[in-house]
Design a binder for this molecule. Structure first.
Ligand code: ZN
Length: 143
């Protein structure tokens, strides 16, 4: 795996160049996730789980299709979530709204974007969101 990390990252670069770099990075991330997902699908098709599918097939039960979809969906849902986030980030770069918090409209810090390139909220809003979600969950549980 070739990693290209330029040393001139600290130098001032205009935003066009910056979004080009980001796009390239996100597309590369996307490709790697797709590769990883394909590997898992192949493993699932050739590996031990194939037997489950074949056993079900021998019984003449056509629900094996559902079973296959269930397994791959569970295994792949994490990849799929990430892909959706990356697609969203790519869309935002093209729209020119990348790096802007969806909640408060402030710019998301560069440091945060370095860690989470597909972040959609600034740190404050993300924390608020998580707290609100927790409260919501607790309210739902107590009902
Ligand atoms: Zn915000």
């Amino acid at each position: 795996m070739a990693k290209e990390l330029p040393n001139d990252a600290d130098r001032e670069i205009d935003s066009k160049e910056r979004s080009d770099k980001l796009l390239k990075m996100l597309i590369k991330m996307r490709e790697e996730i797709v590769k990883e997902a394909q590997k898992e699908i192949r493993k699932f098709k050739n590996g031990e789980k194939k037997q489950i599918v074949e056993t079900v097939l021998d019984d003449g039960d056509m629900s094996f299709v559902d079973l296959a979809e269930d397994i791959s969906l569970t295994q792949l849902s994490a990849h799929r979530d990430k892909l959706l986030k990356i697609d969203e980030a790519i869309r935002k770069i093209n729209e020119g709204t990348y790096g802007i918090c969806e909640e408060c409209g402030d710019e998301i810090s560069v440091n945060r974007l370095k860690v989470i390139p597909f972040a959609t909220h600034c740190r404050d809003c993300q924390e608020k969101k998580e707290i609100l979600e927790k409260i919501k969950q607790m309210e739902e549980q107590s009902q």
